[in-house]
Design a protein around this ligand. Structure first.
Ligand code: GLN
Length: 344
């Protein structure tokens, strides 16, 4: 092909067309630093004053979290971190953790294990529905609702409580690129009030989905939901999902790229509770929210984006985080379904 440099436009065209002819695609184009900074700033300014929604309070300690925390972080797949607002305050990761335990079990047991034991379908019911378990005897659910998530946690390999827990915390920390810890006040508050999740775990045990002690699975699940994360942690975790399972900041490979489409598919169909369809319609982004106020969203091959703001809408999704992420992704062309017609 000869020497191809940026100064040689003809050579570059030859390179591009031969790559396309060979069936290889070029890396998708990343938005410019300027465009990212401006989109983040605008979204933060636009929604900072919005005070709709309320902190979750069914876990008593969540009601006490500062409702004004508002931070947004976007991390591109080449490892550049962009942020605005409060990126240091930690909230509990809550249901966002379900994605990473799903990834861990998928890595340990392969992509067929979770569909077989839990299902990969949206339930159309609230995230802690008991009715959804009864309907199909604990099948036809997914790892992102409580029954599926507690079951997924019960499937993590390890010799006893500590071994399993350390494996989970190690994995989450590798996603964030720093050592994460449990917010003990949140953990104790939920552990004292999680009788519904205990009931869910017992039902999943009764239907044969959980092997071993259902209360141990519930407790490890409660602990995983209480891990403290700031917006920067969540942004890096999201970008690892966007970058085929490799943390773009630390370079550590955490998910086999072959397993990523399945994980993103469940996030797309069930990541934002009963509003997952509305969210996907508006943004096209696989995402996951938590009742601590965080949301992570993934533009595959481009960037991960996260926002934290504790007040939730009636479904349980952060009001400001949803709006900010939707606007930023739209401004940066993040929707993976948004393509232009092929030019012959
Ligand atoms: N730990 C919470 C629960 O089980 C997580 C719920 C959530 O974030 N949707 O209720």
């Amino acid at each position: 092909m000869g020497c191809v440099t940026g100064k040689n436009p003809l050579g570059l065209m030859v390179l591009v067309s031969s790559l396309l002819l060979s069936g290889l695609s070029l890396a998708s184009e990343l938005p410019s630093a300027e465009a990212i900074r401006s989109a983040l700033k605008q979204a933060h300014e636009r929604y900072q004053g919005l005070d709709d929604g309320a902190n979750a309070d069914y876990i008593p300690a969540l009601a006490k979290v500062d409702s004004d925390i508002f931070g947004i972080v976007l991390v591109t797949v080449d490892g550049k971190v962009y942020s605005v607002g409060d990126v240091k305050s930690e909230v509990s990761i809550q249901s966002i953790s379900k994605v990473f335990t799903m990834a861990l079990v998928t890595e340990e047991k392969g992509v067929d294990a979770l569909p077989k034991n839990v299902g990969v379908d949206a339930t159309g019911q609230v995230f802690n529905s008991i009715h959804a378990i009864e309907q199909h005897k604990g099948h036809e659910m997914n790892p992102l609702v409580n029954a599926g998530a507690i079951t997924t946690t019960s499937m993590v390999e390890g010799k006893g409580y500590n071994d399993i827990w350390n494996r989970i915390l190690r994995y989450y920390s590798d996603f964030a690129g720093r050592e994460l810890t449990v917010l003990e006040d949140i953990y104790h508050s939920e552990a004292e009030t999680n009788q519904r999740n205990q009931a869910i775990a017992h039902l999943m045990y009764a239907y044969g989905h959980i092997e071993g002690d259902p209360l141990q699975a519930t407790d490890i699940y409660t602990r995983q939901c209480s891990v403290g994360v700031n917006a920067r942690d969540l942004g890096i975790m999201a970008s690892t999902l966007a970058n085929a399972g490799v943390n773009p900041v630390t370079g550590k490979a955490l998910v086999d790229p072959e397993n990523m489409p399945e994980i993103l598919a469940v996030m797309a169909t069930a990541g934002l509770y009963d509003d997952a369809g509305k969210w996907l319609y508006r943004t096209g982004l696989p995402a996951k929210s938590g009742v601590g106020g965080g949301i992570v969203a993934v533009s595959p091959g481009k960037f991960g984006i996260a926002a934290i703001s504790p007040p939730l809408d009636e479904v349980g999704n952060s009001v400001r985080a949803q709006k900010a992420i939707a606007d930023i992704s739209a401004a940066l062309g993040g929707n993976p379904y948004q393509v232009m017609p092929y030019k012959k």
